[in-house]
Design a protein around this ligand. Structure first.
Ligand code: C5P
Length: 312
């Protein structure tokens, strides 16, 4: 066989292999620029998703991040902040003397598939048996007073990230990242003090003076990220995004594949929890737009940007 013929046959074989192996590396390079090693990568071309998903917004604060005046002025209205921008900066600077000055995040790479489970606190987790499915994810994000002890079969046994604010804070084990969702300057001050000498201040609800958490794993959500979630993903509905919705968009930014558990109000429209009977029957979804948030989760699921486990 002449060398020209051999070359043509070789090329034909490679093309056939690439076509039949579409979806496997590296033949799918032109399809999704090989952003990750999952079967599907989140940032694949999709105009609807691309219009909303803004990779350039930093999810976490770092010591050298400069929050814009505009973002600060939006954020300070969330819980009627009285402090000014220089107080904010000084408080952030003090916080980053205690916790890592830059966040510990795993960047995307063509040879890794970062999977996230976001676990909200919905009562629909009861008797769901989702525990083992939740536990197989690389990153497992929980929030507020969400707990595992006694509910392992339904909610799993691992937590890598726990999102909270002072009024919803809980102690963590040594391997879990505390992710603070700050809504006022006092929240940033609280974190520094609660991790060290103890916080003596007050808030609209009781706050823990001290918190158990590995200081080397602490991360702080960026106020500009909270604004982006509110403006872009919720079209400014509700006072501001719920912890659960913040955690969900955070997962879209940290992972290539996202599974969502524990979201959805009960039959009376209340955000009741899987571990307790509802005390306040008029709770509804607080100051958050529960419907907008829920509809967006459903839409993301329909568009296969995440998998929504709706519970029972
Ligand atoms: O009640 P809590 O704020 O701790 O719940 C955490 C999050 O879980 C909420 O912010 C909300 O996004 C979600 N949740 C829900 N349905 C419920 C309870 C909570 O979607 N019944």
């Amino acid at each position: 066989m002449k060398s020209k013929e051999r070359a043509i046959i070789f090329l034909l074989c490679v093309t056939t292999l690439c076509v039949s192996w579409r979806g496997f590396m590296p033949c799918n390079l032109p399809r999704d620029q090989s952003l990750c090693a999952c079967e599907r990568c989140l940032s694949e071309d999709d105009p609807w998703f691309k219009k909303r998903f803004n990779k350039s917004v930093e999810p976490f604060l770092s010591a050298n991040y400069n929050l814009s005046d505009d973002d600060f002025n939006w954020w300070k209205c969330l819980q009627s902040e009285k402090g000014n921008y220089s107080t904010f900066r000084a408080t952030v600077a003090r916080l980053f003397l205690t916790v890592p000055p830059s966040p510990d995040v795993l960047e995307s790479s063509p040879d890794r598939c970062r999977t996230c489970a976001v676990v909200g606190n919905s009562v629909n987790l009861r008797r769901s048996h989702y525990g083992p499915i939740i536990d197989i994810h690389d990153i497992i994000i929980r929030m507020n007073t969400g707990q595992m002890k006694g509910y392992e079969a339904d909610v799993g046994t691992r937590t890598t990230h726990h999102v909270m604010y002072p009024e919803s804070s809980v102690d963590l084990d040594n391997t879990t990242h505390l992710v603070l969702a700050p809504f006022k300057i006092k929240d940033l001050e609280w974190l520094t003090k609660a991790l060290t000498t103890g916080f003596k201040g007050r808030s609209y609800a009781p706050v823990k003076s001290k918190i158990k958490s590995n200081m080397d794993l602490v991360m702080v959500l960026n106020p500009a990220f909270i604004r982006y979630v509110h403006n872009t993903w919720l079209k400014k509905k509700g006072n501001y995004p719920s912890t659960g919705f913040l955690a969900l968009v955070l997962a879209l930014h940290m992972c290539d594949e996202v599974s969502v558990f524990g979201y959805g109000a009960d039959s009376d429209g209340n955000w009741s929890h899987y571990w307790e009977e509802l005390k306040n029957k008029k709770l509804k979804t607080g100051g958050h737009s529960g419907n907008t948030e829920f509809e967006m989760i459903q839409e993301l699921d329909e568009r296969q940007k995440l998998k929504f486990y709706t519970g029972f």
